[in-house]
Ligand binder design. Structure first.
Ligand code: BTN
Length: 262
């Protein structure tokens, strides 16, 4: 990786809490960061790659990671909070992505619960959180992986993604500097993470207001069933609150469930 890319992030970031590991290319920065974490990497280790050959998403999906077109970043965390809070790290990261996109572009994205960020109705970012839990039911480490499409033109996306994915360049006409965007993202992440879980209630209430499809009809897709409902927000645990069409309030717990607008 060119030195300027690494140096530029450090200059923009100016924060010793992050240890940045730069890679030209790797299979997946999450896989790489997990390996580092297993070997004792400290909290704040951030693995950044110019490209990934096997970028991974939730539900075994792949994440398109073209060279120098996006942010492919995985952060090692070693929080001292119970396992139950791990899901909130994904939500907190989505908040940081939201703020970063808003600061860069002045445009308000939306958060598709739990882990995607949308801009103008198309996916611009995905987040993949992976963790290892120890015998005391605490997180040994968490790796939060963030992929943001920055410089893609429409032709960069394969046909199956053209209608559902976008980039900052496509939405604004501006080719944003990746180093500067990474630095902003890490700063925004720290803003939420340093006060977590004390700030959880406030963070979740802001997250709720930023939801994609809030108060709209969605389809909740589970492993063996799916149903239509109105999306009403998220509860104090970060679970999705929906109102089914026969008036029943339900909480949707993450895992194998995804939602789509109708
Ligand atoms: C999703 O779309 O479900 C999540 C996508 C997460 C992609 C990021 S890119 C950096 C990190 N490395 C990976 O392999 N995945 C995450």
């Amino acid at each position: 990786m060119e030195k300027y890319f690494a140096e530029k992030i450090k200059i923009h970031l100016n924060d010793d809490d992050f240890d940045i590991v730069f890679l030209d290319s790797t299979d997946s920065t999450n896989t790489y960061a997990k390996r580092l974490a297993q070997n004792g990497a400290k909290e704040g280790t951030a693995v950044i790659a110019k490209s990934q050959s096997m970028g991974r998403g939730r539900l075994d999906r792949s994440f398109l990671s073209l060279p120098s077109k996006g942010i492919y970043l995985s952060l090692v965390l070693r929080p001292d909070f119970p396992v139950a809070e791990i899901n909130s790290v994904t939500l907190l990261s989505a908040m940081a992505v939201y703020d970063t996109i808003f600061e860069l572009t002045g445009k308000k994205p939306q958060i598709k619960w739990p882990n995607d960020v949308y801009l103008n109705g198309k996916k611009i970012c995905g987040i993949l959180t992976e963790s290892s839990v120890n015998a005391n039911h605490r997180a040994d480490y968490i790796v939060v992986g963030v992929g943001i499409n920055i410089s893609h033109s429409p032709d960069d996306f394969p046909d199956e993604l053209k209608k559902i994915a976008t980039s900052l360049l496509i939405e604004t006409g501006v080719d944003y500097d990746i180093s500067e965007s990474v630095a902003k993202l890490l700063k925004n992440f720290k803003k939420y993470y340093k006060d977590f879980p004390d700030n959880k209630k406030q963070m979740l209430s802001e997250y709720s207001e930023r939801l994609y499809c809030l108060d709209e009809k969605i389809c909740v897709i589970g492993l063996d069933n799916s149903y239509e409902a109105i999306l009403k927000g998220i509860d104090d645990n970060g679970y999705l609150k929906v109102l089914t069409l026969d008036g029943e309030e339900k909480n949707v717990i993450g895992g194998e469930i995804s939602i789509r607008p109708l």
